[in-house]
Write a protein that binds this ligand. Structure first.
Ligand code: ZN
Ligand code: FE
Length: 261
């Protein structure tokens, strides 16, 4: 099999644009394959060539152009179905199916559940493949970071992160960008004595030195090391001078500090 892929492989991860991730999800039983977002058509075509997989679906997380610019070209060539958040369908090209909280999206026989995660954009969604324990979280959650709060409030974003944090610990998540190293540098300013963060930092240095991606990561590992998922921990509130304050306020302060970092 090309690239060491066997008949049970479900995902293929690759780089797009400057720092976006591209990822393909394939159902081994039917061969149906989804591209999660479409940052750029050329890189996705190359991934399809390498794997020999055939594109049947595009699952869009949000309307930003670094997640949607490749949709029209891919759709023209592959006649694939485009699934996107209903709330953002008007600002995403060629949408066939608009979805919202709790909807099920099938890729062949694989079943993805839509989780609304507003904050980065107002209609942002994630796709959780429960049976496969794989989540695609777009620009809501990054490893050791989270997306900028552009169209929502910090409280909205915090609630979205709580929904992702509540997924089973052994869920592997794929995010929209390779920002992990920069995120770790910031996280160290919040929780310098978090041993799980230090361990993650060492692992990420090894991976980046080998030019390898730092994802997927499990939700269980992530919630021990990512300060944005830990805004309800007393030690994190204290670290930003907000002991006893509401988690959403602590989250807002951490997010504001990251914006200035
Ligand atoms: Zn975005
Ligand atoms: Fe993005």
């Amino acid at each position: 099999m090309r690239d060491g892929h066997d008949m049970t492989t479900k995902t293929y991860l690759f780089n797009c644009l400057q720092d976006n991730f591209g990822v393909l999800l394939r159902d081994p039983a039917t061969g149906s394959t989804a591209s999660i977002d479409a940052p750029e058509a050329a890189a996705i075509e190359q991934a399809l060539e390498r794997t020999g997989w055939m594109l049947t679906d595009i699952l869009v997380t949000h309307h930003h152009s670094d997640h949607t610019a490749g949709i029209s070209e891919l759709k023209k060539r592959h006649k694939c179905r485009v699934t996107a958040p209903r709330k953002e369908a008007a600002s995403i090209p060629d949408v066939d199916l608009g979805v919202a909280e709790g909807d099920i999206v099938k890729v062949g026989n694989l079943c993805g559940r839509v989780i609304e995660t507003p904050g980065h954009t107002a209609g942002h969604i994630a796709y959780m493949f429960d049976a496969d324990k794989i989540a695609f979280v777009g620009d809501t959650l990054f490893s050791i970071g989270c997306g900028r709060v552009i169209e929502g409030t910090p409280e909205m974003m915090w609630n979205s992160l709580l929904k992702l944090r509540a997924l089973p610990d052994d869920t592997e998540f794929y995010c929209g960008h390779e920002y992990t190293m920069a995120n770790i540098k910031f996280a160290m300013t919040i929780e310098s004595d978090n041993m799980r963060l230090a361990a993650r930092a060492a692992q990420v240095e090894r991976l980046r030195a080998a030019r390898e991606p730092t994802i997927p990561v499990t939700i269980g590992d992530e919630k021990q090391a990512n300060p944005f998922l830990r805004a309800d921990r007393p030690e994190v509130a204290a670290a930003v001078g907000l002991a006893g304050k509401k988690p959403a306020e602590v989250f807002a302060e951490i997010r504001a500090r990251k914006n200035r970092f």
